[in-house]
Design a protein around this ligand. Structure first.
Ligand SMILES: [Zn+2]
Ligand SMILES: [Zn+2]
Length: 341
């Protein structure tokens, strides 16, 4: 089978590999489409702890059930089109057993060096990690379920509910999905920020009631102006710029909370007193659990019209160098770039 190997930093090579055999409890997936996530761009730059060359990356995947391992059955017959929850966890530790596979110490994501992912024709995954995908989705659009689950996880951890006000900082793919999840959770004031106007247009499309270009003024002032000077109930941080944590803390009301979805890789300073004296909660968010995927797939059909245009580019897997360069340099207006096989 064909596989896209990240050989070295910024270097890809198409290679031939044996088709892998699923073991007991596992299933083999035939890949229909896999998208490029920000975390894969970190891998491409040699800056991701788990996606290190040589690796076959790819974790936002839509595919077909190709074969189950010995003594293994699943609710999806061979030939079914599915999406996968691309997170391996031990299923035995305290965190796995209490519904927090994202906190498992042994957690590995699909496409890490240890677990060859969706940038190849077939990959292996535990059979329990398959989810259905509505027929209204194309194969490429099916890859959007994973980032939607990331947004849902952050919104659920923040406890967003009917009538709440939410600030979503950053409207790349994850910020857009968090905006969409906030809307679906019933938030009535949703302020989404970015520095790119076309991202803000998409934020409106998925439910932002207010958008703000942070190049054009003070985000904190803007949020206060929308919320009668009080601040929002929840701040959802979706871009890892160091100064944005401090600004988000200031834009959130007393007793409000801040959910951090963005992947910070270095230390960040902020005036902790500003948060402490408001009795705010700061919440860490890592990927998702099965409940997030259940919610994402059950809302999929309903939200499809609003996210259908998020696959802005499609490339055959052989054109990966071109596709990665496009995403890395943001050469064009894009949300998600997906591969075909
Ligand atoms: Zn992702
Ligand atoms: Zn575990």
């Amino acid at each position: 089978m064909r596989a896209l190997l990240l050989e070295d930093t910024h270097k890809f090579k198409m290679i031939e590999k044996e088709i892998p055999e699923p073991k007991e409890g596992e299933v083999r997936i035939k890949v229909l489409s896999a998208a490029i996530c920000g975390s894969e761009i970190h891998g491409y730059h040699g800056k991701h702890f788990g996606r290190k060359a040589p690796a076959v990356m790819g974790h936002e995947v839509c595919g077909l059930v190709d074969a189950y391992g010995p003594n293994t059955t699943g609710k999806f017959p061979v030939g079914s089109r599915v999406v996968v929850l691309p997170q391996w966890s031990c299923n035995e530790c305290r965190w796995c057993r209490t519904g927090h596979p994202d906190l498992c110490d042994k957690r590995v994501m699909l496409g890490f060096t240890k677990w060859p992912g969706g940038y190849q024709e077939y990959f292996i995954i535990p059979a329990r990690l398959l989810f259905p995908i509505s027929d209204v989705y194309t194969d490429q659009q099916g890859t959007l379920i994973e980032p939607f689950a990331v947004g849902i996880h952050g919104i659920r951890k923040a406890g967003v509910k009917m009538g709440d006000s939410v600030l979503v900082v950053g409207s790349g793919a994850i910020g857009l999905m968090a905006t969409l999840a906030a809307k679906e959770a019933g938030a009535t004031t949703i302020i989404t920020t970015d520095i790119l106007d076309y991202n803000l247009e998409r934020a409106k499309q998925v439910g932002a009631t207010h958008v703000f270009n942070s190049r054009e003024g003070d985000m904190v002032e803007f949020v206060k102006s929308v919320t009668d000077g009080v601040g929002v109930d929840h701040g959802i941080l979706c871009v890892a710029a160091p100064k944005l944590l401090d600004q988000t803390v200031q834009a959130v009301r007393k007793l409000g909370n801040i959910a951090i979805i963005a992947s910070y890789t270095g230390p960040v300073t902020f005036e902790i007193e500003k948060s402490q004296l408001r009795e705010q909660d700061i919440i860490g968010c890592v990927t998702y659990d099965e409940e997030d995927f259940r919610i994402a797939t059950s809302l999929a059909e309903k939200v499809h019209p609003r996210i259908a245009n998020f696959i802005t580019h499609t490339f055959p897997i052989e054109k990966a160098p071109e596709a990665f360069d496009l995403v890395d340099k943001r050469k064009e207006d894009l949300v998600r770039v997906a591969f075909t096989f």
